[in-house]
Design a protein around this ligand. Structure first.
Ligand code: AMP
Length: 541
């Protein structure tokens, strides 16, 4: 027997309608390309988003047609988020930090019909366009200088197109319809496309707003630090409108600590989300300038492991609760968030830190399991470590136009991460499977070693990689950035620092100091680049 409830499709346009009706005067604030501040309301934004839909109709962009964007976090990008998807087309957010060949590959693979780009990407677009024959139109989002990019004389002006368009009507269609396409950054092989649906996006937005998740609400002001070209800025552009939270976009300055701190102070930001490398820069800036974060009460940190030293500094100096989170492009992205349970809420000192450094427990809707190499389920005892598998309504079931089924096994997606789960359901990610270090047949967790190194007062940032060793197969080495004024004999001091914190054979064989850790296209520390540079074990050890 079926239930007798209305069968309304879960569509992104319903988020938009709700936002307009209930929170129409809520503000969206953006830093524009020239560094100025732009502000308008949810109502203004959705009105222009409907004009985006008509613009696409006028250009003859197909139903389900892919619409590429090369843009930072801004109100115009938000208009495209809604205007493209709500008119039954697919928003393809393109990461401009990828290599040119990867960009050409994904634009062609997605068969983008039009690309909306910011003028600062003109040179890049002029190189790409020659190699992407499917792209019929180029639209520049801000003042476009013809001299900036060759082959772009056909580029149209976004504002003119919007001004010339009526507000379109957003019709109902199936909730399974594709809404967005995001390619994984793919360190090996070609990037793979993850195709989100309206249903997955709406359900993910509800999950982001839950109190034991990122807990967005109508009294929040949200700073989106994660780029809108990376997994939909973790879903904030949808969840904030659903919740009625003020939405603040730092534009192209999303990695600039001063801009972020100014925005937090001037826009009364209560919450934000970003990768540890960005927060690291922000904390150093605050320290140098003797500033405190007053309005911010919590921040979601994920994308790579958040060092406990960062959690501690946020808590003790700024009274900000770090919510460690974990997710993937394939998961829309949020899978785990570290919110308290009754039994963890009063922890303090080291007990608090060892709880808070875990990546969290599954948000409702996401199911997880850990398995051994033979596919057997492992117990949730906080000790057994295995491959982390997930499933849920916002987890991808296969890649876009790809034959790769290896990661999808009997309805579960193999995340490629190695983890343990404790008796309360909190997951601790030990490593990415390809980053874990195998020494003499035993596993060493690079994340655990990094957490220890980062807690040393003279260490700014660090990464642990495995390098080939003739006897042990692999051995860990620590690559670190010193703090200004660090003591002279830091290598010895650091190796001693590990002494009573891990087993002897876990202690890295060597410390290499460098000026800056290399980053990936999504702002994480690139272990691939470090391994490529320091793989010559014999020369090093
Ligand atoms: P991406 O799809 O580019 O967002 O990368 C997803 C991967 O980032 C995951 O499979 C993890 O390996 C890593 N990751 C994300 N969040 C965390 C976290 N909090 N701790 C450790 N690794 C993380």
């Amino acid at each position: 027997m079926n239930g007798l409830m209305m069968n309304m499709p879960l569509l992104i346009k319903n988020i938009a309608h709700h936002a307009e009706r209930l929170h129409g005067d809520r503000e969206i604030v953006s830093i524009t390309a020239d560094g100025a501040k732009h502000r308008y309301t949810f109502k203004d934004s959705m009105m222009r988003a409907r004009k985006v839909s008509t613009t696409l109709d006028n250009l003859g962009i197909s139903k389900f047609g892919r619409v590429g964007t090369l843009a930072w976090n801004s109100y115009k990008h938000l208009e495209l988020y809604y205007g493209v998807s709500c008119s039954e087309r697919v928003l393809h957010t393109i990461n401009p930090r990828l290599f040119e060949e990867q960009l050409v590959y994904i634009i062609n693979h997605a068969a983008d019909e039009v690309i909306f780009f910011e003028a600062m990407f003109s040179n890049l677009v002029s190189k790409l366009i020659l190699q992407c024959p499917n792209v019929r139109y180029l639209v520049c989002l801000d003042k476009f200088d013809q001299n900036n990019g060759r082959h772009l004389d056909q580029a149209m002006d976004y504002e003119m197109l919007i001004n010339d368009s009526e507000e379109g009507l957003w019709e109902d269609f199936s909730e399974e319809t594709a809404s967005g396409l995001c390619y994984t950054s793919g360190t090996t092989g070609n990037p793979k496309g993850v195709l989100y649906s309206h249903r997955s996006t709406v359900l993910h937005s509800y999950a982001v707003c839950l109190p034991d998740s990122a807990a967005l609400s109508a009294v929040d002001s949200v700073l989106t630090v994660v780029p809108m070209f990376h997994v939909n800025a973790w879903g904030y552009p949808y969840a904030a409108l659903m919740a009625g939270s003020k939405l603040v976009f730092p534009g192209h300055l999303l990695g600039d600590p001063k801009t972020l701190v100014d925005l937090i102070e001037s826009e009364d930001i209560t919450t934000a989300g970003g990768v540890p490398t960005v927060w690291h820069g922000l904390l150093s800036y605050l320290k140098q300038n003797k500033k405190k974060l007053d309005s911010l009460n919590r921040t979601v940190i994920g994308g790579s492991a958040c060092p406990p030293s960062m959690i501690k500094e946020f808590r003790e100096v700024h009274d900000v609760r770090v919510l460690h989170g974990w997710g993937m492009t394939e998961m829309s992205p949020i899978g785990l968030i570290n919110q308290d349970k009754d039994k963890t809420k009063n922890l303090s000192g080291d007990a608090f830190l060892s709880q808070a450094l875990k990546q969290g427990r599954p948000i409702p809707g996401v199911e997880i399991k850990i398995i051994d190499e033979n596919g057997n389920d492992l117990p949730w005892n906080g000790i057994d470590v295995g491959n982390l598998l997930v499933r849920g309504p916002w987890v991808c079931r296969s890649y876009y136009e790809e034959d790769v089924e290896a990661s999808f096994d009997n309805g579960w997606f193999d995340t490629g991460d190695i983890a343990s789960v404790d008796t309360n359901g909190y997951v601790l990610i030990t490593d990415r499977a390809k980053d874990i270090i195998k020494s003499g047949g035993e596993w060493i967790s690079s994340i655990e070693l990094e957490n220890i190194a980062n807690s040393h007062p003279d260490i700014e940032q660090s990464a642990v990689i495995g390098v080939h060793h003739p006897k042990w197969e692999e051995r860990p080495i620590l690559v670190a950035v010193r703090k200004k004024g660090a003591i002279k004999n830091l290598e010895k001091e650091l190796l001693d620092w590990f002494q009573d914190k891990v087993a002897k054979w876990w202690i890295p064989d060597k410390v290499i100091f460098i000026e800056q850790l290399p980053l990936t296209a999504t702002g994480k520390v690139s272990k691939l680049a470090l391994r490529a540079k320091y793989s010559q074990a014999n020369e090093i050890l």
